[in-house]
Design a protein around this ligand. Structure first.
Ligand code: AP5
Length: 182
């Protein structure tokens, strides 16, 4: 069974939904940078105040801030983990590579979830989080294409990437992912 995983894919594709369930089934640490940033915003911390406006615009929060959060969690958790929403650009991927080398840990599988933009938009509009209005969603999709999608080739070249069609029910998609995790 693979137990050091990354979930990659556009906003609304279902990374959080699948990651949370898989982590619970396999007893892995689920590390969602989006959830962690939203907790900081809710707590009104300095970090949260810095992140709030950036998130509301659909831009990426600074690499330094996100990396500090991830380092802290991974240093204290050598067993299995599942990263969701991180890394988000090539600088974060390089920093993660260095951190994992330092911790003598390795990514075992990158799951790329794929879905048409129209369906992504529908899913996000029906959820209605504060950054789920049409203008911001479209901007998040542009940021994904420009900054995150280059990671697909990066992890494919490392021989770690597997794609999953993210249409259908939550259960159907979970079965596809389970087959990859082994
Ligand atoms: P983040 O929280 O990571 O949001 P995202 O990538 O935009 O992804 P979403 O949470 O919107 O979608 P998801 O793929 O997890 O789908 P979900 O399961 O929720 O990031 C938010 C912001 O934080 C960023 O814009 C940025 O500012 C900042 N940030 C986060 N990480 C960062 C980083 N590393 N660096 C810099 N900044 C960072 O599902 C979506 C909806 O669809 C839900 O309502 C769900 O119930 C529904 N759904 C799921 N599966 C199905 C299905 N099969 N059928 C029908 N509906 C479904």
């Amino acid at each position: 069974m693979k137990q050091r995983l990354l979930f990659l894919g556009p906003p609304g594709v279902g990374k959080g939904t699948q990651a949370q369930q898989l982590a619970a089934r396999r007893k892995l640490l689920h590390l969602s940078t989006g959830d962690l940033l939203r907790s900081e915003v809710a707590a009104g911390s300095d970090l949260g105040r810095e992140a709030e406006a950036v998130m509301a615009r659909g831009e990426l929060v600074s690499d330094a801030l996100v990396l500090a959060i991830v380092r802290n969690r991974l240093e204290n958790h050598a067993a299995g983990w599942l990263l969701d929403g991180f890394p988000r650009n090539t600088a974060q991927a390089a920093a993660l590579g260095e951190l994992l080398e330092e911790l003598q840990q390795q990514i075992e599988l990158v799951v790329l979830m794929e879905l048409d933009d129209d369906l992504l938009l529908q899913r996000l509009l029906s959820r209605g989080r504060t950054d789920d209005n049409e203008t911001v969603i479209r901007h998040r999709l542009e940021v994904y294409q420009a900054q995150t999608a280059p990671l697909i080739a990066h992890y494919r070249n490392l021989g770690l990437l597997e794609s999953v069609e993210a249409s259908g029910t939550v259960e159907q998609i979970a079965e596809r992912i389970e087959a990859l995790v082994g």
